[in-house]
Design a protein around this ligand. Structure first.
Ligand code: KIV
Length: 272
């Protein structure tokens, strides 16, 4: 069992590439403030995502859609203060990256005002162009595929994506196109484990899963699910690490060690 980070130096997208080559699992969680960011950083998380999930778990909203660029900047600034080693990734909120001007201006604000070191955007047809423009500007990008919560009103419910053959083939093609456009990382949410394994095997960049099974390059969960304080029903793919842990530090340390040792996620937390 290992809870130690693989390297003590500041994590960058180059670290993630090395970890993929060495088949060393990348460990990540979301956080929204400095105190939790420090706990995660000290426990050895490789990156911390200031997700727009903050709308639902911190602000009490029903969806992530109302979250603003200002909200993400504010929470990213707090998280960056608590991080010494982990890379800080910030989500681009709904409709903040649908024109090249908006995308570049808002990504720059997340970095300059919030201290983000990488931005994440959800996949859609326009995003290839946005990914290449961000890449040209030297901004590391993570592209989020599978279940994309910002499209909830189109999708209808938070459910597994890519079970149908045509959709699975499209996701494989989208992943390739995003990598070719310059994406430094792919994130797959709620995807059948065989599809996630196939995308991971053919991708040259790290693939992080949330509800995407064990055969990806790393795992992320929403911190408040791990601590069992998220409102509403727990998602099938998340695990309550507070059970039997005794403290938040112990719960986070167990998550880090289970991901590093590939003990999480088991089939119980994956979709077929
Ligand atoms: O907003 C978020 O927390 C996310 C994770 C679910 C990956 O995008």
């Amino acid at each position: 069992m290992s809870t130690q980070p693989l390297a003590n130096h500041k994590v960058s997208v180059q670290t993630f590439k090395q970890m993929k080559t060495q088949r060393a699992p990348i460990v990540a969680l979301t956080a929204y403030d400095a105190a939790f960011a420090r706990v995660l950083d000290e426990a050895g998380c490789d990156f911390i995502l200031v997700g727009d999930s903050l709308g639902m778990v911190v602000q009490g909203l029903a969806t992530t859609i109302p979250v603003t660029v200002e909200d993400i900047i504010y929470h990213t600034r707090l998280v960056a203060r608590g991080c010494a080693r982990a890379l800080v990734m910030a989500d681009m909120p709904f409709m903040s990256y649908f024109s090249a001007d908006d995308c570049l201006r808002n990504a720059a604000r997340l970095m300059k005002e919030g201290g983000a070191e990488m931005v994440k955007l959800e996949w859609g047809a326009l995003q290839l162009d946005m990914v290449s423009r961000l890449t040209e500007c030297g901004i590391p990008v993570c592209a989020h595929l599978g279940l994309t919560p910002q499209a909830i009103h189109k999708i209808g419910s938070y459910r597994v994506q890519g079970r149908e053959h045509a959709m699975a083939e499209k996701m494989v093609a989208d992943a390739r196109a995003l990598e070719a456009a310059g994406a430094d990382m792919l994130l797959l949410e709620c995807v059948p484990l065989a599809l996630a394994a196939c995308i991971t095997a053919s991708a040259g960049v790290p693939v992080i899963g949330i509800g995407a099974g064990p055969e990806v390059d790393g795992q992320i969960l929403v911190l408040y699910d791990v601590l069992d304080i998220a409102p509403g029903k727990r998602t099938r793919f998340s695990k309550n690490y507070m059970e039997g842990a005794g403290s938040i530090h112990a719960a986070v340390a167990r998550y880090v060690s289970e991901v590093r040792d590939r003990d999480f996620p088991t089939a119980d937390y994956a979709f077929t």
